[in-house]
Design a protein around this ligand. Sequence first.
Ligand code: MN
Length: 256
Amino acid sequence: MLLIISISCMNNQQKENNESNEDVITYSKDKSEFDASMKPSAADVPESKYHFKALPYNFDAFEPVIDTKTMKLHYDKHHKGYYKKFINAIKQTDDYGKDIVEILSQISNYSSAVRNNAGGYYNHWLFWHSLSPEIGQNPSDNLKNALEESFGSWDAFQESFNTAATSQFGSGWAWLIVDRDGKLGVINTPNQDNPLMDVVKRKGIPILALDVWEHAYYIRYQNKRTTYIKNYWKIIDWSKVDKRYHDAINKKVFKP
Ligand code: MN
C-alpha cells in the first residue's frame, strides 16, 4: 500500500531519479498502435455451447501495471486460442456441452488437449475477473478476518501468495482457494492446471487467480516476475473476490 502512495505522489523528476528502483514502473503508453481497437470484442470467436465474453474493461485499463499491448495479445491471441482449441478438443469426445466445472473436476479422464485448453479457457476468465481498473481496492472486513485467521496475518497471506507465484517453476498460476472444509488456502499449479482439477493435490474453489506465464508480463517486466507480482496487488478486484468467497463457502463455483 505504501508503494502505491509513493508512486502516485511522485513528480516526473522523482520518477527519473528512481529509474534504477525496480519497484517503480516506467510509464510509456503508446496509444497509436491501439486506438482503433482499444475495446475488447468477442465477436470474432466461434459460437459454441460454452460462453466466451468480451472483457468488461478496455485493453488500457491497467496501465501502467499491465500494459495495453500485453492485455490485447493476452486476450485476443492467448485466451481466444485456448477457447477455440478447447471447443475443438471437447467436440472429439461425447461430452461437448458438458458443464465446464464438471469437466475440470474429472480432467484425468480427458486428453491433454482438453486438459490444457479447458484450463486455459477457464483460468483466464477467472484472471480477468480478478482485476479492477479501480486501483487500490481492499477486501471486505469479513474476508480480511478470514484471511488473517487462515494465514495468521494479512502480511503472512501476502507472503504466502507471493511465494506461490514466484516459486512456480516455468509457466503456471497462483491461486487463493476455498477448500472443501471452507478454509482459505494458497496453491500454485503448473501449465494450465487449476484447483478444480482432480489431478491437483490440494483442491478447492479458486476465488483469486494470478497468471505467471511469461506471456502475462514479459513485454513490460521482462524477467522481473517478482515486480509484476508486487504490482498485481494494486489492481485486484476485491469486491469480486469477496463475492466469490461468499459463493465458495456455499459451494458455488465461478463460471465464465
Ligand atoms: Mn495467460
